[in-house]
Design a protein around this ligand. Sequence first.
Ligand code: CA
Ligand code: CA
Length: 440
Amino acid sequence: MLTKGNLIKLFTFIVCLAMTQASIGKDLYMSPTGSDTNNGSASSPVFTITKAQALAEPGDVVHIKAGHYKYDNSQITDSISPYAIAFHMKKSGTADKHIIYKGEIVDGERPVLDFFNLRPDGLRVAAFWVDGSYIEIHNIEVVRVQVTMTGHTQSECFRIVKGSNNLINNVSMHDGMAIGVYIVQGSNNLILNCDAYNNYDKVGENGTGGNVDGFGAHVQTESSVGNVFRGCRAWHNSDDGFDLINCKAPILIENCWSFFNGYAPASFNKKGDGSGFKCGGYGMRQKIRNPSVIPVHTIKNCIAYFNRNRGFYSNHHLGGLKFINNTAYYNPYNFPMPNRKSVEEPVDVNGYGHVFENNISYRPRVPRPLISEVDSALSTFKNNTFLSDGPDLTDKDFVGLEAYELTLDRKEDGSLPDIEFLKLKADSYWGKKKVGYQWK
Ligand code: CA
Ligand code: CA
């Protein structure tokens, strides 16, 4: 019966439906067999992110269909010296209507965007150059990004140049010559559940591989705050796993695993610097930069294992860094903490101003102190397995020490696999004290 109450309910329902429709954008489609002369509908998919972006408006979702996308020089859309850019992400969403690019996962496989044949002469490569904001990219693999230059150079899978509030989620960047994600400027970008592995530039600088990190944040403005790496893994990158050497504003690295860095892929041939987490250094080259504020980066709930040189490394920072609930195992140096004395007097001194809470340093690969180059009177220590009165750790304190677990497949939602590696038995002395990465 059409009572007044029912009429109001019906009216409310229609209004709500209209509002829902208004807030949901259109669906666009990309396919390995698509064409950029198509209109992006399900039956007429496009081939490139460039074309999808041209068609997308805030609130829209670009569905990247499964399969292997093979890109070449004809996908270079822009050149900003010294970079050739494939996908210039310049169209922004809004705070409540992001533009979403989403890979379709079929049988656990994400779409693969392959840049092997994109080889411009005399230019670096940025597969994705991001200066838009409120953009989300989910569930893809970016593979085989190239370097063609022989001097000092680098390429990047994602270069975030000035965009803010972007999300890169469940993206894997591997088997290329490029850095995974490199942030130059912008705020509140979240790099979530991403992997960077088997990346080695064998062309530039005589194949030393000294610039290919898994992830880097090197923001050049103090206002570039709120950038976060969370749930990411870096392994077999020829330089470092994570690198903050030129980073002017604070970064959070959380729940990340870094191992086998500083070696060529699939081997243990020595290459670049080989730090799991290179956690600072901005302003140490006094003549180049003179920082007004020293950024305090935070490294939390992370694992550094079997990197070529160092686990968690302060890298001559000009001030203190925060290390909370991390686990370092079997790096030659697990926690080397040298600082620069000052901008005016750029000499190395034992680390000062650092904060260490609930960290594990277990068995450095060669007999060395559990923490090194630190001024224990000028840093803060609370509940760590080093510089403590507690018992030394032994293998028996751990649930597991099988490192292969670090490269297990991620869960369906992209989060890290459940592992036993380096987890403490809950009833052990240090387990009761909840040290290490596992208590997040
Ligand atoms: Ca290097
Ligand atoms: Ca590096």
